[in-house]
Ligand binder design. Structure first.
Ligand SMILES: Cc1cc2nc3c(=O)[nH]c(=O)nc-3n(C[C@H](O)[C@H](O)[C@H](O)COP(=O)(O)OP(=O)(O)OC[C@H]3O[C@@H](n4cnc5c(N)ncnc54)[C@H](O)[C@@H]3O)c2cc1C
Length: 386
C-alpha cells in the first residue's frame, strides 16, 4: 500500500501516556499523528478512580513502582513530579480533591482530565477507530500500517497500555511489536486485584475491616474487603502489585487479641468469645471466627491463643494465592523489559526512534494515582525526545 502521509512522530494509543506524549511533541513543533483503535480516546482514564480519576499521589517515589527494575522509573519521575501534574490540572481549572492524604481526584469527574489532555494535544492528527496492525523499519524511518493505510514516521511512540480490564478495550500489540524489534517481554500477570482464597467464608462477603498485610519486607495498612471468592479491597490490591510472597494478614492490627481475650477471662468471664471480639471486629466476623458459645472463662489459654492467631496472624502461603483474573485487575505486572529502554528518554536501546511509554512497559505502580502518574511522566519524557 502506498504511504498516505508522513509525520515526525506517530503515537500508537490515545490513552493517558499517549496523550501526554502528544502534548509535549506538538509543543515542540513536531508534526504528530495518533492512532487509537477505540471509538474515543482515553477510555481507561474515563473509568479510572471510579470515574473520578486519581491523577497523582504526593508520595510518588521509585519505591512505589514494581517490575524487574524499579529504579527505571527514577529518571521520568524526577522530571515530572506530582506538583507538575497538580499545577497542570489547576491551569486547566480541574477541581481537585485530596483523599487519604496525598491522593488527588477530580471533583467533577474524569471527563475534565480527558478534555484537558485533548486540549493540550491540539494540533495532533488523532485517528480513532484505527487499529495499528504493524510497524516496519523504512530507510531510517518507520512505516505504520493501519486498516486505512500506511503512514511514515521518523519516531514511533508505543503507548498501547496494559492488557488487563479488557472490557475497556485492550491489546497486546505493544508487546508483539516490542518482540518483533528484539525486545524481551516480562510475562504478564494481574496486579491491583482481588485474591481468590478459601481461607475465609463467603458468608463474610461485603464486610470490610482494617488490616495489616505483611508481604515480603513490607507491611501494608489499609482496608480489606471479604468477597464471595476470597479477599479484595485496597490492602489486598496493594499486596498483589508487589513481588509475590506469602501473606500474613492481621485483621485487628492495633490490638493484641490474645492479651485482650486473656484479660476478658477475668474481667468479662461470662461473655462469649465472639461477644468480646465484636468490640474489635464486625459482629459477623467475630461470630465466624468463634462460633463456640461457651463463656470465655471456660476457654483454655491455648484455645484463646489459637483464636487470636486467626485474627492477628493469618498465614496464606504464596502457592495458595490465586490472583483474581486479568479481567478485573486494574493493572498488570510485566510488559516490555525496561533494561532495554533508556530511562532518560524512553527510547529503545535496540531500535533508535522507537519509544515505549506507560503501562506497556514492565512498570506497575501502587494503588493511589501512581499508575496515571507514570503514564503522564513517561509520556511527557518521550514527547520531549521523539
Ligand atoms: C478500572 C480502572 C481504574 C483505574 N483507576 C486508576 C486511578 O484512579 N489512578 C491511577 O493512577 N491509575 C488507575 N488505573 C490504571 C491506569 O488507568 C492505567 O495504568 C493507565 O491508563 C495506563 O495508561 P496507558 O496510556 O499506558 O494505557 P491506556 O490508558 O490503557 O491507553 C492505551 C490505549 O492504546 C490503545 N491501543 C492499544 N492497541 C492499539 C493498537 N494496536 N492500535 C491503536 N490503538 C491501540 C487502547 O485502545 C488504549 O486507548 C485504573 C485502571 C483501571 C482498569
Amino acid at each position: 500500500m502506498s504511504i498516505m502521509k508522513q509525520y515526525d512522530v506517530v503515537i500508537i494509543g490515545a490513552g493517558a501516556a499517549g496523550l501526554a506524549a502528544a502534548a509535549v511533541a506538538v509543543e515542540r513543533g513536531r508534526r504528530v499523528a495518533m492512532f487509537e483503535m477505540g471509538n474515543v480516546p482515553a477510555r481507561k482514564v474515563m473509568a479510572s478512580g471510579g470515574g473520578r480519576c486519581n491523577i497523582t499521589n504526593s508520595a510518588v517515589a521509585y519505591n512505589r513502582y514494581f517490575g524487574e527494575n524499579p529504579n527505571f522509573v527514577r529518571g521520568a519521575i524526577a522530571r515530572v513530579k506530582p506538583d507538575d501534574i497538580l499545577n497542570w490540572a489547576r491551569a486547566h481549572k480541574i477541581k481537585l480533591v485530596e483523599k487519604d492524604a496525598g491522593r488527588y481526584f477530580c471533583a467533577n469527574g474524569a471527563q475534565d482530565v480527558v478534555n484537558a489532555l485533548l486540549r493540550d494535544a491540539h494540533g495532533t492528527d488523532i485517528f480513532v477507530k484505527t487499529t495499528v496492525t504493524d510497524i516496519n523499519p523504512h530507510s531510517g524511518n518507520f512505516t505504520v500500517s493501519t486498516a486505512h493505510g500506511d503512514y511514515l514516521a521518523q519516531s514511533v511512540i508505543i503507548a498501547t497500555g496494559g492488557v488487563s480490564f479488557a472490557t475497556l478495550g485492550v491489546s497486546d500489540f505493544g508487546h508483539k511489536i516490542a518482540k518483533k524489534f528484539g525486545h524481551k517481554i516480562i510475562p504478564v500477570r494481574p496486579a491491583l486485584c482481588a485474591i481468590a482464597t478459601n481461607t475465609f467464608s463467603p458468608e463474610l462477603a461485603g464486610i470490610s475491616v482494617n488490616a495489616q498485610i505483611t508481604v515480603g519486607k513490607e507491611k501494608i495498612k489499609d482496608s480489606m474487603l471479604f468477597t464471595y471468592f476470597g479477599i479484595g479491597g485496597p490492602a489486598i490490591y496493594r499486596a498483589t502489585v508487589r513481588d509475590q510472597d506469602n501473606l500474613i494478614i492481621n485483621i485487628a492490627p492495633d490490638v493484641d487479641v490474645f492479651e485482650c481475650l486473656r484479660n476478658a477471662k477475668t474481667s468479662d468471664g461470662r461473655k462469649t468469645v465472639a461477644g468480646i471480639l465484636s468490640g474489635i471486629l464486625p459482629v459477623r466476623v467475630a461470630k465466624w471466627i468463634c462460633p463456640d458459645t461457651r463463656h470465655i472463662a471456660d476457654f483454655r489459654n491455648d484455645e484463646l491463643s489459637q483464636i487470636a492467631r486467626r485474627i492477628n496472624n493469618i498465614f496464606i502461603s504464596r502457592k495458595d494465592i490465586k490472583l483474581h483474573n486479568l479481567a478485573s485487575a486494574e493493572v498488570v505486572r510485566g510488559g516490555v523489559d525496561t533494561s532495554q529502554i533508556s530511562s532518560k528518554t524512553m527510547e529503545s536501546k535496540l531500535c533508535p526512534g522507537l519509544f515505549f511509554v506507560g503501562e506497556v512497559l514492565d512498570v506497575a505502580g501502587d494503588l493511589g494515582g501512581f499508575n496515571l502518574h507514570w503514564a503522564w511522566a513517561s509520556g511527557r519524557v518521550a514527547g520531549q525526545n521523539a
